[in-house]
Design a protein around this ligand. Structure first.
Ligand code: TXA
Ligand code: MG
Length: 362
């Protein structure tokens, strides 16, 4: 038999092999336009449990089910509001996950026992090809060990999961680079649980009203969530409040997530060079992720430039964090992001990365 964990070019033969492995209850690395997924047959509870074992993820964290097309929705979603249909028409295939009431066919292992299920049709051609050959739902969280940086290349998946996966389909680097927008339709008002490339404004343009965005307002009675959001927002802007330990969220979007092993700090552009110089002066090796790279003359400083455009920044972010983490520096400093809607999903991820950084791998 071919070795487990091998990276395969996405030929039709390899795609058929991946579908056969899924049918046999095994797990495979699958490219999507957002990040790579760890795929299993969503209707096979044993296969789904292999995802949790491979990731080291708590079993109560629900998984997103990927579908070949919106035509598959009725099998998985018990109630599909008309706004959800309009959004599926507008943004599928693409980086939008809809949380809907589930049907009884969806295993508890997928939903963490909740009465809802997360569904999306990805736009990556290899993901779509695999879904079409498989012709059913594929459960796939990001293909990283629990709490760590999501993979955006096949090599990253191999680094994270090695032989825990049967094979990895190589779809090249992910075009979007951060995880899908998650929009919850299971309660009275649609609410964004996780920001992504599709923004609240994009959604408002289709459904005629702006969805609630978790973290933007603090409804009474959810002080824990408000504190959580305050911590991640503060972290994204380089504030000391990021040091607070927030409570986990109901949605499973933990504050400490997407995290490198190296302690990570977000620092305002104006203070970045000084902050790095002070740490280097104390004898620390410092890796810096910034929009502009000055002329460094200190060998203890490693600078990496990031694009000024938010979409390009998102595409490169996780690979850059991974590369800086691999340097085993004492600190990673990241230039705090500009204000503005286009940066919101990235500020969310960097905030979580800062809160979770420096911890031992789990
Ligand atoms: O872009 C993406 O969404 C990637 C690619 C592979 O599709 N997937 C991804 O999956 O990011 P994962 O498992 O790493 O993150 C899914 C998030 C989790 O925070 C989970 O708690 C939330 O979606 N989620 C899934 N089902 C849910 C549900 N029924 N209710 C609330 N949150 C849910
Ligand atoms: Mg994930």
């Amino acid at each position: 038999a071919p070795p487990r964990g091998r990276i395969e070019p996405p030929t039709l033969v390899a795609i058929r092999q991946a579908a056969a492995l899924l049918r046999a209850g095994d797990i495979v690395g699958m490219p999507t336009e957002t990040v790579y997924g760890l795929a299993a047959d969503a209707l096979n509870p044993e296969a789904v449990s292999r995802i949790f074992a491979a990731k080291g993820r708590p079993a109560d964290h629900p998984l997103i089910v990927h579908l070949p097309s919106a035509e598959h929705l009725p099998r998985w979603a018990a109630h599909i509001p008309k706004d959800a249909i309009a959004l599926a028409r507008a943004f599928w295939p693409g980086p939008l996950t809809l949380i809907l009431k589930r049907t009884s066919e969806v295993p508890d292992e997928v939903t963490g026992g909740q009465d809802t299920v997360g569904l999306r049709v990805p736009s990556h051609p290899i993901a779509l090809a695999l879904l079409q050959v498989f012709d059913s739902g594929i459960a796939a969280p990001s293909a990283n060990r629990f709490g760590r940086i999501s993979p955006t290349t096949a090599a990253h998946v191999h680094e994270e999961l090695g032989e825990r996966v049967a094979m990895i389909l190589d779809g090249g680097p992910c075009a979007v680079g951060i995880e899908s927008t998650i929009l919850d339709f299971s309660r009275d008002v649609p609410e964004i649980l996780r920001p992504g490339a599709i923004t609240a404004e994009d959604i408002a343009r289709i459904i005629g009203r702006r969805p609630r965005v978790r973290g933007e307002t603090a409804p009474s009675g959810v002080a824990g969530e408000a504190a959580n959001d305050a911590a991640t927002d503060a972290a994204a802007h380089g504030s000391a409040a990021a040091a607070a330990t927030p409570a986990p969220r109901v949605s499973g979007a933990l504050a400490a997530h997407y995290a490198p092993r190296t302690p990570l700090r977000l620092v305002h552009a104006a203070q970045l060079a000084d902050h790095a110089a002070v740490l280097a002066g104390e004898g620390s090796r410092v890796a810096v992720l910034a929009h502009a790279v000055p002329n460094p003359d200190d060998s203890r400083l490693i600078w990496q430039a990031m694009p000024a455009d938010p979409a390009a920044y998102a595409q490169e972010l996780y690979a850059s964090l991974r590369a800086l983490d691999a340097l085993n520096a004492d600190f990673i400093l990241i230039e705090a992001l500009p204000e503005g809607l286009a940066w919101r999903a990235l500020a969310d991820r960097l905030g979580r990365a800062a809160v979770g950084s420096g911890a031992a791998a789990d």
